[in-house]
Each structure stands twice: as structure tokens, then as C-alpha cells.
Write a protein that binds this ligand. Sequence first.
Ligand SMILES: NC(=O)c1ccc[n+]([C@@H]2O[C@H](COP(=O)([O-])OP(=O)(O)OC[C@H]3O[C@@H](n4cnc5c(N)ncnc54)[C@H](O)[C@@H]3O)[C@@H](O)[C@H]2O)c1
Length: 371
Amino acid sequence: MKDHVYCSLDLLKSFMVDVFIGMGCPPDEAEICADVLSAADRRGIDSHGVGRLKPIYYDRVMKLKVQNAVTRFEVERDIAATAVVNGHNGMGMVIAKKSMDLAIAKARQYGIGMVIAKNSTHYGIAAYYPMMACSQDMIGITGTNARPSIAPTWGVENMLGTNPLVFAVPTDEPYPFTNDYATSIAQRGKIELYAREGKKLPPGWVVDAEGNTKTDPHEVLSDLTVGKAALTPLGGIGEEMGGHKGYGYATVVELLSAGLQMGPFLKQLNGLEGGIPVPISLGHFFIAIDISHFADVDEFKKHAGDILRDLRESKRAQNAQRIYTHGEKEYFKSLERAQSGVPLPKIVCSQLGQIRDELGLKYRFEWEGNQ
Ligand SMILES: NC(=O)c1ccc[n+]([C@@H]2O[C@H](COP(=O)([O-])OP(=O)(O)OC[C@H]3O[C@@H](n4cnc5c(N)ncnc54)[C@H](O)[C@@H]3O)[C@@H](O)[C@H]2O)c1
């Protein structure tokens, strides 16, 4: 078998729907979970797509039993433009999608809506949810806390999650502006990807207990879990390159995700108690802003598009091919992957075969004939 095989997006998504149903998710919730993972595969975010089906979702529900396949979505506080919802450790993607639906409904009425989710679990690519707002001519914002990974500036202890802070803004272009990334230089999924591909990490992404950089992705993944290594915030080690700024944004995400719902935070999200896996109980926030309350929607979209076009058309650095704006690469990747399918490394192929066999699903993958 080659290093990578290509699988069509449609086959991968229908397989994931059946896996989530096999895990016990109701069909409509299985569809949401598979759609979020499939969006990552389509957009080229390989750290957060089908490669995470087994370790982050299947194993946590079926083996570790730290999250529930059936999601009980309970609105605990609902006051005008705001709400707090309890996900009861169900599927993070379902909790997040329903929370953003609620924020959008509130924005439609009040101009802005904000929903905080508590007792949630990993919700996948953050951009999925603010992009839902864009499809309704709204600006979307989200953030989530996560297992402790980032050390504060001048620290070496993993305290903050990779806490993405993500905005999506509709424009007159065929895709929204979307700054979809962690507040660390790299996030765990990217380190898992380097581990799967057998590549060393670039220096500066991770510090060990003495503050030296570490580059072995396998060691880093296990050291991160036991607090012997930490990710660096955006801006990197120390203050010289602005590490304190990434550290600040990661803290803002923690304050909004955990602070506003009195939820567990920082080290309390380690997912282990005395070495035994326990529910992680994440917090997320979702904001939708209805553009029509501020401006004519078409004029706004043109104006936003002009801002992005001006940036892309500005003077390039020597030897630079082009300037991008955020969300652009993922849009073009999704056009490419609609044709090429999704490249799957060997380890992911064997995980999919294992899940299929354990659940007794009737799938035969194309690559199994070529081994
Ligand atoms: N659920 C969680 O707990 C969690 C935590 C962290 C990250 N994530 C997700 O992981 C995924 C990857 O995050 P990441 O931190 O590795 O992202 P990344 O470093 O790959 O950055 C991707 C973002 O940068 C933009 N981009 C890339 N090159 C650009 C350029 N030259 N000019 C302008 N924009 C450019 C992309 O369009 C995209 O918005 C995201 O989908 C994020 O939401 C999830």
C-alpha cells in the first residue's frame, strides 16, 4: 500500500455517519458530527478530519466512556440576546451546532446573540460554527477551551488549551473571511499529523520543563499529557516576538469559555484523575452579529471584499508568490478535494478498518484491494 491513498469525500462522510450511528448517536446527530469532520477533510485541515474519528470520538465514547453518544442539550439560562446551555458531556459538534443555531436566532431578533456552552466535549474545527452565521448574512465568532497545552509567557508548565479564537465574516467573494486557528503556534492535531507522517516538529513549537525546544512529535504528545512539555503561544517563547500577545488571547478564550459559565479551567481540563480518563467538560462561546442591524448587507459584503482584495493586491515580499487572506486557502483546497478526494495515511486507513470491523459495518475500502 502507498503512503497515502485517496478516498472520496462522499464515501468518507457516509462511513462516518454510520460509525457515529454505530456508536449510539441518533441519526440526525450522527449527520452533524460527520459533517463537521468532513468539512475539515474537505477544507484540507487534516489534523481535524477523519484522522480524529478513532482517537478523539470513537475511543472516548466506546472505550474510555468519557463522553455520551446521545447529546442532551439543555438551555439553562435564556435572557434576551444571551443563553447558557449545558451539553451534559454529549457530542461537542452537536452541542456547538445547536448553540450557534441559538445565537443566530437571537441575533435575528436582537442584532447580536451570544451563547455559552458548558459540559461540552471536543467540537472539531472551530470555523464550522461562525461560517454557519455567514450563510445567514451574519458575522460569526467562536472560541473554546481545551486540554492544557500552552505555557504562559516565561512559564514552562502547560496551563492553557490551544484555545482557538475564530471569526468568520461574509463578503462578496464565494467564501467568507475565516481566521481559523489556535492561539498557540501549533495545535495538538498538527502535532498528531506530524507524528502520523513521521516528521520532526519545527524548533520553537514546544518547550520542555527546562524551557528548551522539543521536536519529537511522539514524545511531545505523551509529555503534553503528563505536563512535561508545553506548547508556545502565538508569538513564541518570551516577549521579543510577542509571545505575551498570544498568551493574552488564549487567556481571553479561557475567560469567556470557562469564566462565564463557572466551568472547569486550565489544568482541571486534563481529562485524567489519578491517571484515569474522566470527562473533560469543555466550555465554548458563540456570537452571531446580524449585519443588517448595522448596514445594508450587500454594501457591507462589497466593502469587506474590498478590504480583503486591497490586502491581497498590496506589494509582495521578494520571492513571495502571492498574498492570501484568511479562509482563501481552505476554499481552494475544498474545490481541489471535491475532485481528488482526501489523502489518507496508512494509519488512518487501518483505524477505519478496525472501527468498521468492531461495529460490523458493511464497507469495503478501495485500498484494501491494493495491499
Ligand atoms: N476544537 C479545538 O479545541 C481546537 C483547538 C485548536 C485548533 N482547532 C482547529 O484546528 C484547525 C487548525 O488550526 P491551526 O492553528 O493549525 O491553523 P493554521 O496554523 O493551519 O492556520 C489556518 C488559518 O490560517 C489561514 N492562513 C494560512 N496561511 C495564510 C496566509 N499566508 N495568509 C492568510 N491566512 C492564512 C487559513 O486560511 C486559516 O484561517 C482549525 O480548524 C482550528 O479551529 C481546534
